[in-house]
Design a protein. Structure first.
Length: 243
């Protein structure tokens, strides 16, 4: 009841517009989007048909057997999974996390839900966020992937390593119009391992905000495995739907 009264008072004193539809956000827990826009965002429940490797959405109803999209066969990670589709409220929350070093309550709840539903993805010795280049981290002030990794580490009680994997090249930001080959070329050899002894023989969970084609996380996994890491799985808040 107290939370409801608090929400009502704050919505009157500090009204906030939904970043998606511009209506009022009535619940602080929903972050920058309203309940209706969250309701219109596809959050994965485990009942969808997803690629068993890269997590691409292939259908709204799960198949009886594991399925593959056939576009990720050469990728160096074992499996990738996201909390939902990069759209509407989830996209707005991710964009907000790039400018404000904070994960709202709804996002934290989504992360916890996936850790409980898919424990195999999170069976790792180390959690490593996909690094930004030094230039981009200075410009932004923080790495949003680190925020997500720290939240996961808190939930599953595993260490977060922000030092071993480094981005050596300030790559172009991937755009929606880029094809998969172009995405792969922009991140080829972009990552290096600075502390190989710490990743050797370790199962690793790579963390980022959005998985688009998978080229970036594959390049990270390639660098880690080159230095002897074991299984590399990937978690992102959202999965882009490529047409």
């Amino acid at each position: 009841m107290f939370r409801s009264v608090q929400n009502s008072l704050l919505s009157l004193i500090y009204p906030q517009q939904c970043r998606v539809c511009s209506n009022s956000v009535d619940d602080l827990n929903d972050g920058v989007s309203c309940k209706e826009c969250w309701d219109n965002t596809r959050i994965f429940s485990g009942r969808e048909m997803l690629c068993n490797k890269c997590g691409a959405l292939l259908g709204e109803k799960a198949a009886d057997v594991a399925v593959r999209c056939l576009k990720c066969d050469d990728y160096h990670f074992e499996r990738a999974l996201a909390a939902g589709v990069y759209e509407n409220a989830l996209a707005a929350s991710i964009i907000e996390a790039k400018t404000s070093p904070h994960l709202d309550h709804r996002i934290r709840s989504l992360i916890r839900g996936v850790t409980e539903r898919e424990p195999g993805i999170f069976a790792a010795h180390l959690i490593i966020p996909v690094p930004l280049s030094k230039q981009r981290k200075i410009e932004r002030g923080f790495n949003q992937a680190e925020l997500i990794a720290i939240e996961i580490g808190r939930i599953i009680r595993k260490p977060v390593d922000t030092e071993s994997l480094s981005r050596q090249i300030n790559t172009r930001i991937h755009r929606a119009g880029m094809d998969q080959k172009a995405r792969e070329l922009t991140v080829k050899n972009a990552f290096t391992v600075l502390r190989p002894k710490l990743v050797a023989d370790k199962n690793i969970l790579l963390v980022d905000d959005v998985l688009t084609s998978g080229a970036t996380t594959s390049s990270c996994a390639r660098a880690l495995k080159k230095h002897g890491s074991g299984t590399v799985n990937v978690f992102t808040l959202a999965r882009a739907v490529l047409h």
